[in-house]
Design a protein around this ligand. Structure first.
Ligand code: AHR
Length: 334
């Protein structure tokens, strides 16, 4: 509702203007970015988008830090950015909670923070200026609607959950469950974290396929493509046909998943756009110039499958799936 509300308050704006005047004439805008890690193809594309865009812009000096999927590393990196006195801090939080203290430290140091890709759960307003990224709850809903429309109102689902406590894992689960709650015949019979990686996705799927419920699994809902790709291997090794014996739906839309859908080994991927580096530095430049920015900047995303023409949005806001073709695969950048 307040999607485009501006958040820089008068005092903060004044501070930014002062900061902008004192530094912009003589130096670049110093940006400290803390990335989650390199856990997935999606994440690698996200990192390339950030670094590539920073290189293109003469105005930006980027310090990039990889948290290796550990929150403690991320907090250390942010504290380091604060002590170096960067102009803007941005990060993609490993998990949603536990950042309140360090965000307060950034605020005290008068360094604006832009959340990138993932949100945080904080009890106080004004700890960050803007959040650029996807609507993970809606991604989960789209996956749920696809299952209802393509598998039907009765299905046993195995779920590969993302990193425990991360915003995409919490929100995608929430969105998916919100939709299937209307269909008592659709049940999640197995659910476990695969930490967003291919290796863990495979490992957890192997354990699902060895469990007493193995033969009941009809659908796999993976919170990202990498875990689904690991699961495809596990399903094949167990002598089943991925995409047929077990319908596979995941989230991200990476090229390798497109290839698997085209080959018939998976069925649908809900896009989550990692190429938002340009949006980040647009916002950074606006903040540095003392301009107000929207508190929430959503990414634009589609849904791809082996059917085409399925509305996985709502009647009021339709989102129609695109059927994967070789041309779509070839044009995919990540
Ligand atoms: O935050 C976005 C999620 O993080 C992507 O879905 C996943 O692949 C990544 O690791």
């Amino acid at each position: 509702m307040n999607k485009f509300a501006t958040v820089i308050m008068a005092a903060a704006a004044a501070t930014l203007l002062v900061t902008g005047c004192s530094k912009s004439d003589s130096s670049k805008i110093k940006v400290g970015f803390s990335q989650v890690g390199a856990e997935s193809d999606w994440r690698k594309a996200s990192t390339e988008s950030i670094k590539g865009e920073a290189e293109k812009r003469a105005s930006i000096e980027l310090t990039f830090s990889d948290a290796q999927q550990k929150q403690e590393n991320q907090i250390k990196a942010i504290r380091n950015f604060i002590s170096k006195g960067v102009d803007v801090i941005s990060f993609s939080p490993v998990v949603a909670t536990g950042f309140e203290d360090v965000l307060k430290e950034a605020k005290e140091a008068e360094i604006p923070v832009v959340l990138f890709d993932r949100a945080v759960d904080v009890s106080e307003d004004g700890l960050y200026v803007s959040f650029i990224g996807s609507d993970f709850v809606e991604e989960g809903r789209r996956a749920g609607r696809w299952v209802v429309k393509n598998v039907g109102e009765n299905a046993n689902v195995a779920e590969l959950v993302g990193t425990v406590g991360s915003a995409p894992a919490i929100d995608r689960k929430k969105g998916f469950e919100e939709i299937i709650a209307n269909y008592p015949g659709i049940k999640i019979i197995k659910s476990q974290s695969g930490d967003f990686t291919r290796a863990k996705g495979k490992e957890v799927m192997e354990s699902f396929l060895k469990s007493p419920e193995a033969d009941q699994i009809q659908v796999l809902f993976a919170h990202n493509d990498d875990m689904a790709l690991g699961a495809i291997q596990a399903i094949e090794e167990a002598g089943k046909k991925p995409g047929k014996d077990i319908i596979i739906i995941s989230i991200d839309g990476v090229k390798t998943m497109f290839e698997q859908i085209l080959a018939g080994n998976a069925n649908c991927t809900v896009e989550c756009n990692p190429l938002i580096g340009a949006q980040l530095f647009d916002v950074v430049e606006q903040i540095h110039a003392g301009k107000s920015v929207p508190s929430r900047i959503p990414s634009v995303e589609g849904v791809y499958d082996n059917v085409g023409g399925v509305n996985v949005g709502t009647d009021r806001e339709p989102v129609v799936t695109k059927k994967i073709t070789q041309e779509i695969v070839d044009s995919r950048k990540y």
